[in-house]
Design a protein around this ligand. Structure first.
Ligand code: T5A
Length: 211
């Protein structure tokens, strides 16, 4: 019987360096002959990517929080059933740029929505499925926002204020605390040091999973 693939997600607040470091992780997995796919949330299928556009686009109309939450999970249901689950079932690892921890952080922490509501949607959409490992890149909010601003145009989330992102970061850090499948990386270090830390985590995971 094929062994189920491993599900790794990468999380963090704005400007934390996810894009940069996902590239490093993909190269590491290739070099270590891991069969994997790389995908992202919101998004990962044509329909879910359209929902991503709707979610990130700055707009005049105020966005209802429940509408936002349901769109996040609608995109996730599609992505999970079309892409993530089939890959895992074939024994392929899945590397995903954000997943449900982002919902707890942004909608739960940032928007201060009821986390019990998020948990019930998580059960509805995912059943028992959770990431095997969450890599949380962590930087002080001001550092991340400065990096994101330097990058140019800001999306709808990036236009939120500092207090919003402090709550997002706090929610992420709370979830990581005392939880063995979270791996917190200090992303305010030099890129070289961040990637040394990431390499060590990947090596440890691969050995632990015996693959
Ligand atoms: N969202 C998502 C929800 O609200 N709920 C959900 O459930 C989900 C799934 C998605 C948005 O959707 C929201 C959250 C998000 O706001 P996104 O594309 O995932 O958007 O989010 P971004 O945070 O914009 O992610 P990116 O990967 O595009 O950018 P990052 O993480 O900001 O990273 P990156 O690599 O572009 O780095 C920014 C800059 O910093 C430099 C890089 O070179 C780059 O210029 N940098 C460093 N500089 C110095 N030292 C280092 N260590 C550095 N690392 C990176």
């Amino acid at each position: 019987m094929t062994q189920r693939g491993k599900f790794i997600t990468v999380e963090g607040t704005e400007g934390v360096g996810k894009t940069t470091n996902l590239e490093f992780i993909r190269n590491w997995l290739q070099q270590h002959k891991v069969d994997f796919i790389s995908t992202r949330e919101p998004g990962g299928t044509p329909m879910a990517e359209q929902l991503r556009e709707l979610l990130l686009q700055p707009r005049q109309e105020p966005v209802d929080q429940t509408a936002e939450l349901l769109m996040v999970f609608a995109a996730r249901a599609q992505h999970l059933n079309q892409v993530i689950k089939p890959a895992l079932e074939q024994g392929t690892w899945v590397l995903c740029d954000r997943f449900t921890d982002a919902t707890y952080a942004y909608q739960g922490g940032g928007r201060q929505m009821d986390t019990a509501l998020i948990a019930s949607l998580e059960s509805l959409v995912q059943g028992e499925l959770r990431p095997d490992a969450v890599i949380l890149l962590d930087v002080p909010v001001e550092v991340g926002l400065a990096r994101a601003r330097d990058r140019g145009d800001l999306d709808r989330f990036e236009q939120e204020d500092v207090a919003f992102f402090e709550r997002v970061r706090g929610a992420y850090r709370n979830r990581a605390q005392g939880n063995a499948h979270y791996h917190l990386v200090d992303a305010s270090q030099s890129l070289e040091q961040v990637q040394t830390d990431l390499g060590a985590i990947l090596k440890q995971l691969k050995e632990h999973w015996g693959s």
